[in-house]
Design a protein around this ligand. Structure first.
Ligand code: ADP
Ligand code: MG
Length: 260
């Protein structure tokens, strides 16, 4: 069925309880292949818990997760990653005292299944320089290749994180608040970057900045208190009364940018 080909990830009744507290409550999520899909909602809505369920950092209390039509609910994080569901981690995931190029090489070593031993021969490592540089160019970090990561400005570190995630060849890339804590310029640059790297991939992102969401998300799912409140393109979701009530505490006007 064309409809199934269209769907890369689908959850049914996804639920997570923490000692009786329902953080994610019967979530049905359908992510279309090739789209940028944003997960939004107030703090505590269950967005990060959803991500943790999708990458199997947490086991669901109930519900199912299908990726490319295959039930992956019972799989382990490493299996999920091998299938191409890759989550971009916070800055801590890159090694601050390695160069930018070395960090991307590590991502490539992981992807190629070479364990990332630092003592690997320089020759084998050198073979990864070319693809690593190509990835850096893709995220506009070509000029920073030999810089120590610790010296990068904040926004560039997030771009590097995206590059190391791309090195894992994600089919579905999960980004948890990629523009968090950034100034305008960095937000704009990273927004363009996400749009650019979305070509040929699918992206699920948690994002608070409504300017970012409205400019690049094809579909938005609004979570509130663990449940899906609304789903659709920005133009629909932003006018949804329940969304305005729950998300913005207002029933008037359009969704305003919720700048953290
Ligand atoms: N490990 C945990 N144990 C207990 N409660 C948790 C745990 N993780 C998250 N929660 C609770 O679940 C709710 C959803 O959290 P979270 O998914 O982090 O929300 P969001 O990312 O949307 O801000 C919150 O009330 C949070 O306190
Ligand atoms: Mg969160």
């Amino acid at each position: 069925m064309a409809d199934m080909d269209d769907t890369i990830l689908e959850t049914k009744g996804l639920t997570k309880e923490f000692r009786g507290f329902v953080a994610v409550n019967g979530v049905d999520l359908r992510i279309k292949r090739g789209e940028i899909h944003a997960l939004i909602g107030p703090n505590g809505a269950g967005k990060t818990t959803c991500f943790n369920l999708l990458t199997k950092f947490l086991a669901p209390t109930s519900g199912t997760i299908k990726f490319n039509g295959i039930d992956i609910t019972g799989e382990k994080p490493a299996q999920i990653a091998r299938r191409g569901i890759i989550r971009s981690f916070q800055i801590s995931a890159v090694f601050p005292h390695l160069t930018v190029l070395e960090n991307v090489r590590i991502g490539l070593q992981r992807q190629t299944g070479l364990s990332y031993h630092f003592w690997q021969s320089e020759k084998r490592l050198a073979a990864l320089n070319e693809p690593a540089r190509a990835l850096l160019d893709e995220v506009d970090l070509g000029g920073f290749a030999d810089e120590l990561t610790v010296n990068l400005p904040y926004g560039r570190k997030r771009a590097l994180e995206i590059a190391t995630t791309l090195a894992m060849e994600p089919e579905l890339m999960l980004l948890d608040e990629p523009t968090q804590g950034m100034g305008h310029e960095d937000v704009d640059r990273v927004t363009r970057l996400i749009k650019r790297v979305s070509a040929g991939r699918t992206i699920l992102m948690v994002e608070h900045n409504m300017n970012v969401v409205s400019s690049i998300a094809d579909t938005i799912t609004v979570l509130a208190r663990g449940s899906v409140l609304a789903e659709g393109p920005y133009s629909e979701v932003s006018r949804h009364p329940a969304v305005m009530q729950a998300y913005m505490g207002t029933t008037e006007g359009e969704l305003q940018g919720a700048h953290a």
